[in-house]
Write a protein that binds this ligand. Sequence first.
Ligand code: PEP
Ligand code: MN
Length: 295
Amino acid sequence: MREKWQERFAESSDCLKSARRQQTVVPVLDLEIGGGEFVTMAGPCSVETEFQLMATANHVRRAGARILRGGAFKPRSSPYSFQGLGLEGLKMLARARQESGLAIVTEVMSEENVPMVAEYADILQIGSRNMENYALLEAAARSGRPVLLKRGMVATVAEWLRSAQLILDNGNPNVILCERGIRTFETAMRNTFDVAAIALLKQVSHLPVIADPSHAAGHSELVPSLARIAVAAGADGLLVEVHPNPAKAWSDGEQSLDFAAFDEMMADLDPWLALRNLGASRRKTAQARSLVAVG
Ligand code: PEP
Ligand code: MN
């Protein structure tokens, strides 16, 4: 790594690659994030109903996702919007894990809820709005669960890495960085997808980096392109919003893929993953599907 990056990110030196540490692999149930497999996390923005969650879990699993996402605690832009089902939503997620075998990633918004969310989730998501909530970061780190740290919507890469460093400092090595777009002067997209940040982090940091094309784009039709770009930039996985009926979603319907669009996106990613010699299990799924189609 060039020295200038070491200087720029000096406050987060434990996040940086070194001779001793080239890549962190985060274990989640039977999976590894940051290892040889590209891991797709998919599911609704919010947990709404048992039917919505189970149908989505079963569908995304068949399409190659390994982790189910879904918010039970929602940081909504408006205080009058749906705020999430809370504990009831966490219980639904746990049932979906039991039924589908998928691991669960879900957001924790407050320090006092960390023990409760950690009881049900396999990965704790720290949302963009909380990236610099240090009390929450410390509590999440100490839970012992892997932490998916979203980039703050106005955070620089250095600020983002400082938050990651705080999690490492609190004894938790299992940090996954998630680029979800930043605020710029552009308003056509919900955010501006900072793909260069992914490329940079893959060069300078040993932490796994995943991309959230849904919140970056804000429009479902752009999500597959951003997902491909994330693969090309070297991301270790994706976090994607999928809903059985996006038009009726209680949150983020505009950016959610329906089942058919998710299937198409996953199939279209295969050749891009193959270029990186990644996603073997995913390619096998695709081959199996084409054999069935031929047979
Ligand atoms: C989410 O993942 O649904 C979410 C609220 O994301 P962010 O914190 O990136 O806005
Ligand atoms: Mn969302």
